[in-house]
Ligand binder design. Structure first.
Ligand SMILES: C[S@@+](CC[C@H](N)C(=O)[O-])C[C@H]1O[C@@H](n2cnc3c(N)ncnc32)[C@H](O)[C@@H]1O
Length: 254
């Protein structure tokens, strides 16, 4: 059951750190960044502290709208992006009616939709994000992926490790529901990717070798490298996060 106030209170707590594993968030942002084109108008929906927005703002000719419903997160984002004149900040609750002018070449949702703890709410927000796209615009999702959670936990179980649960304020996406829904909205899936190598190595293998987990270590740095990912070719397998790219193709089916 979604509790909007509880989720807002959580993100308004200045002590909440959005991401403790910096190699992971950098790898996430890199997957997204590679799909963004120069001269794009980009909406970073649920931008949080702006870790992604600041990278997208560096793309040649890009203009960014960074939107979030938490004053605390927006204040941190404004601090991080201070002085950049191609970024505007908007306080938006995407569950309410919203209008940011539309015409976006790309809408990015990085670990944002998972904060909506019911599939019908995720559907409602997905439909709104699609509406905000330009006719050939792309929706880039980098979101929690339940299948990847299950695959990683199956590996952990086989290796005598406890499962890693999904946090109380998250509902990860079920691809078997997401893909048909996006087709109903008139969107084609044009790309997908994942961070399977990183998740398997850092959440499957390393806990068997070291009981103390320091996220900022050489093992994790190597596990996050594109070379390791290329060799293992796991893509979204074992990956708790998955990248999906959708393109608006036609009018939604009735
Ligand atoms: C896990 S953080 C992700 C932040 C950023 N996209 C990133 O990946 O680093 C989720 C963000 O979604 C925002 N959020 C959650 N529900 C929202 C809503 N209904 N409308 C707007 N923002 C929301 C939270 O305030 C939080 O900043």
């Amino acid at each position: 059951m979604h509790n909007r106030q509880a989720v807002l209170d959580y993100w308004n707590d200045p002590n909440v750190e959005s991401m403790y594993d910096k190699y992971l968030i950098d790898a996430e942002i890199n997957l997204i960044r590679r799909r963004l084109l120069p001269d794009s108008k980009i909406l970073d929906a649920g931008c949080g502290e702006g870790e992604g927005s600041v990278v997208y703002a560096g793309i040649k000719g890009a203009s960014i709208v960074a939107a979030d419903f938490s004053d605390t997160r927006l204040a941190k984002a404004k601090e991080r992006l201070a002085g950049l004149n191609n970024v505007s900040f908007q306080k938006v609750d995407f569950l309410d009616p919203w209008n940011l002018g539309g015409g976006f070449d790309a809408v990015v949702s990085q670990r944002f939709l998972i904060n909506l703890m019911e599939w019908p709410l995720q559907q409602k927000v997905l439909a709104g994000l699609i509406q905000a796209l330009s006719p050939s615009g792309r929706l880039i999702l980098l979101e929690g992926h339940q299948k990847g959670v299950d695959e990683l936990n199956a590996y952990r179980q086989a290796s005598e490790l406890e499962p890693i649960p999904v946090k109380w304020h998250n509902l990860f996406l079920d691809e078997d529901k997401l893909l048909p829904f996006m087709r109903e909205l008139g969107c084609d899936q044009v790309d997908e990717d994942g961070l399977g190598a990183y998740f398997l190595l850092t959440r499957g293998v390393r806990p068997q070798l070291a009981t103390e987990l320091n996220w900022d270590c050489d093992f994790n740095r190597r596990a996050a490298s594109p070379e390791v990912s290329d060799v293992l070719q796991l893509k979204a397998k074992f990956s708790r996060l998955k990248l999906w790219v959708f393109q608006k193709a036609r009018a939604p089916s009735k």
